[in-house]
Design a protein. Structure first.
Length: 114
């Protein structure tokens, strides 16, 4: 599952569904689900608390995101669920990759939907 590319859609519930779908696609017996998905999740926007929690429960190894979300971001902006010491799994996080391009992509996406 290494090198997986996932673009998280706008709606939080849909994003969480995507994370659950990724988890469901790990073949049983592959060993990947025993400890960690050995997966890097690439997303345009910093995950919310719901998506971040799904990533922790799925034991996704690494999160790479573009734009920070200062309103509800849960990978360092408002909360840091993905690296919370009290939880049984913490993700490696790389933040701000192509941040401006990701923010522009999201702004254009929402502008087109209005
Ligand atoms: Zn979310």
């Amino acid at each position: 599952m290494a090198g997986l590319l996932v673009l998280v859609p706008a709606a939080p519930a849909a994003a969480a569904q995507d994370v659950r779908t990724v988890v469901a696609r790990v073949p049983s017996g592959s060993g990947a689900d025993a400890v960690s998905l050995d997966t890097t999740l690439y997303v345009t926007l910093e995950p919310c608390a719901m998506c971040a929690s799904a990533m922790v429960h799925a034991r996704v190894q690494r999160l790479v995101y573009g734009a920070a979300d200062p309103r509800v971001g849960a990978a360092g902006s408002v909360f840091n669920i993905v690296q919370h010491a009290s939880l049984n799994h913490q993700l490696e996080v790389t933040a701000g990759v192509l941040a401006e391009q990701c923010a522009t992509l999201l702004r254009e996406f929402f502008a087109a939907r209005r």
